[in-house]
Design a protein around this ligand. Structure first.
Ligand SMILES: [Fe+2]
Length: 250
């Protein structure tokens, strides 16, 4: 699964963490559905060019006696690859005494790493607007954009640390944000203040919707603490959106 698919899967239906192993939950398609989210996000940096190529590599390195893999028929190649990717992800997590199930923590890691990429991107785009805005309302917009960037930045560090606290790895570099963010690039042409406001409205609204979806998803899989963290983010994004939309015509 490629990057775009992965981002889309973030907004798909989330299920409660399975309390039975995949092999006892029915068909290969069921296994594939359960593992798709984790597999997709594991594959961000590694399954870019060819799913089949990666699949061959992973299957060749898999334990040949894995019972679930052996139950999947030769026509279940995708399910096989995604199951193995999912378990590779689980193995790579840090050990922790955190009482949340590992499957839950693995899913939350995926959700929060997407939020981390989006927020790093949103922060840099808001600073871009802060630096380059011109026009008759220059100073008020220059100041507003800086305040909004600060508001976004305040959530980045706690969010990244939550990922690591759950046993995951925070993917927080500029390059990782650029590769994984769901936001489109900020317009590079010169514009008056209102054009910058409009561009930021679109992006803050997008991040706000993703945060709300993240609240639903993390609550549904039993991580109330992350849902609470995302609720704070959602509230601040909604407030920022209001500040921006107040500059536009009703
Ligand atoms: Fe500044």
């Amino acid at each position: 699964m490629l990057d775009g698919d992965c981002r889309n899967s973030m907004h798909g239906e989330m299920k409660a963490p399975p309390d039975t192993p995949p092999e006892s939950r029915g068909s290969a398609l069921d296994v594939m559905r359960e593992c798709t989210l984790q597999a997709a996000c594991l594959s961000w940096g590694r399954v870019r060019s060819s799913r089949r190529t990666v699949g061959r590599n992973i299957q060749s390195s898999a334990r040949p006696t894995d019972p679930t893999v052996n139950k999947l028929g030769s026509s279940d190649g995708i399910a096989r690859v995604e199951y193995l990717l999912h378990h590779r992800h689980m193995k790579q997590m840090h050990k922790t005494r955190n009482s949340l199930p590992q499957a839950t923590r693995a899913r939350v890691e995926v959700i929060l790493n997407q939020s981390l990429a989006d927020l790093n991107d949103l922060y840099s785009q808001t600073k871009q607007a802060h630096w380059n805005v011109r026009g008759p309302h220059f100073y008020s917009l220059h100041k507003l954009f800086d305040d909004l960037a600060d508001s976004v930045e305040a959530h980045i560090d706690p969010l990244a640390e939550r990922i690591v606290a759950l046993g995951g790895v925070a993917n927080g570099t500029v390059r990782q944000a650029a590769a994984r963010s769901a936001l489109t690039e900020f317009p590079t042409e010169r514009g008056e203040g209102l054009a910058y406001v409009t561009a930021l409205v679109e992006r803050f609204a997008q991040c706000g919707a993703a945060a709300r979806k993240g609240i639903e998803d993390t609550a549904a899989i039993g991580d109330a603490d992350t849902a609470d963290m995302l609720t704070g983010l959602s509230q601040d994004l909604d407030k920022s959106l209001w500040m921006l939309e107040a500059h536009t015509k009703p």
